[in-house]
Design a protein around this ligand. Structure first.
Ligand code: ZN
Length: 173
């Protein structure tokens, strides 16, 4: 902001639309508190699940089941948006956050976190649709909710993301 802009005389009434909007921007300028970020994260997660997973997750994961966490900036270098997690029992979790990019705006990122049968780690699977969730779960039914350890790719259960094995996807279809 330059001094010229600051010095500009106000040319609208105090109760005009633009006055209201500028006031809104002022309030919005304050970064939301951690509590507000938590609540927003919980609401965004619940909203996404109700909207996309209506016959599955929405039946068992209610709005109150989400625990929100504020955004984290790691020494100013990396930034994680606020997120929320929901406990599914058996070592499984859901994790939800928003991926914010200039091109796409805010995109929902819902991840299923599943313990590996080897006991050393977890598999993270980014869920795309309800059908995709069903495909993923069919993979874990024989192992009662654990992700079968992949001997050919022992690092799989410590990686950040993993796609479901294509053979299972084919079998489900
Ligand atoms: Zn493993």
């Amino acid at each position: 902001m330059t001094d010229t802009l600051h010095a500009a005389a106000r040319s609208f009434c105090a109760d005009s639309p633009i006055a209201y909007l500028l006031e809104l921007v002022d309030q919005h300028g304050d970064s939301p508190s951690e509590e507000e970020q938590r609540q927003d994260a919980e609401m965004a997660a619940a909203h996404h699940v109700y909207g996309v997973y209506g016959v599955s997750l929405a039946q068992v994961v209610g709005a109150d089941d989400w625990q929100g966490y504020p955004a984290v900036t790691d020494e100013g270098t990396r930034h994680w948006e606020a997120s929320a997690v929901a406990w599914l029992d058996g070592g499984l979790w859901l994790h939800h956050t928003l991926l914010i990019t200039e091109a796409d705006g805010a995109a929902n990122v819902l991840t299923l976190i599943v313990p590996c049968t080897c006991g050393r780690g977890y598999i993270d699977i980014r869920l795309e649709t309800e059908e995709h969730l069903m495909e993923v779960l069919s993979d874990f039914r024989p192992t009662a909710g654990l992700s079968p350890h992949d001997e050919r790719d022992p690092d799989d259960c410590t990686s950040i993301t993993a796609e479901p094995h294509s053979r299972t996807v084919d079998a489900w279809r």
